[in-house]
Design a protein around this ligand. Sequence first.
Ligand SMILES: Nc1ncnc2c1ncn2[C@@H]1O[C@H](COP(=O)(O)OP(=O)(O)OP(=O)(O)O)[C@@H](O)[C@H]1O
Ligand SMILES: [Mg+2]
Length: 342
Amino acid sequence: MIRLRNIRKSFGTDEVLKGVDLDVEDGEVVVVIGPSGAGKTTLLRCINFLDEPDSGEVTVGCTTIDARKYDKRDVLAVRRKTAMIFQHYNLFRNRTALGNVMEGPVQVQHRPRKEAEARSRELLDSVGLADKCTCFPSQLSGGQQQRVGIARALALDPEAMLFDEPTSALDPELVGEVLAVMRKVAELGMTMVVVTHEMAFAREVADRVVFMDEGAIVEQGLPEDVLGNPAHERTRRFLRRILPQQVDPLLYGGAENLLSNATHPQNASSSPTEDDYTLHVAAQTAVKQALDVDSTTSGPRSAAFQTVPTHTSETTPEPAIDAVLTSRTVAQTTGKPAGLVR
Ligand SMILES: Nc1ncnc2c1ncn2[C@@H]1O[C@H](COP(=O)(O)OP(=O)(O)OP(=O)(O)O)[C@@H](O)[C@H]1O
Ligand SMILES: [Mg+2]
């Protein structure tokens, strides 16, 4: 459990957190969105005192820290309970994937090497990298490095994981594989605070979405409410900017959800395959094109997406894309848009 009370933080005269309260329950996944400079990163870094709040109270599990007077041991305790995953994966360049994952358990937790190695191999397997244990970071793609980063964080058995735009430095075709791993971590019941602009992930995985602007939480709630029917104009303005083609956010989310269904294997215990990632990108492009067919006419909202079959590892990816492309063609020829907008 994470509880923030009245967190304030200034850099010089710039007050970047203006008394933020936030509660994250055990096992809850909270996605934080908001414009650049809103204070999202600073808020994450205040949770584990990488940035020291000027005032306020941070609780993680049974440790509470009052920013005005605290014992450094409490900060260490909080850091041990929280793992942070950054945009840039910060792996040790001179260690293999396995070496990176083992580092924490061996050096910090003083676990026996053999035990740490076995667990680290398991974790690398769980993020789909069983065959990359001996690779150095320079031999891995960005997505693979980020997955090593997640395995490394998991190796320390954190109570909560804090993700700061974990996919924003990745080439688009690598985003899906990292989100798939994060989704799996969420399904295992990890408490997660995730700063991301991946709206499909927010809709599908988040229990709650928090919208921040100018150092404060403007609104928070269920993903479908905050993203689909925001209460505040500032949220609407932000969503309009980041959701392409001015598609009704709810519809767009619907399309993306179907995309995710189409691209994530139903068998959550199996690791995502290359096919799944390829499909993710191809289908995403196809859906976005489909959404672009006609953004002015109204019509049967979900026609395009009802036809998207669910893809599992056993099926080939093509039908999903075909269905979208076909419905796009249908939409173009019949003039009935395939699931769009205002
Ligand atoms: N170490 C620092 N020194 C001075 N100012 C800082 C520092 N870190 C952040 N800031 C300022 O605090 C404000 C909030 O920054 P923060 O990085 O938390 O925003 P953000 O919401 O994460 O933005 P982005 O989406 O661009 O990552 C910004 O105006 C930023 O310039
Ligand atoms: Mg940031």
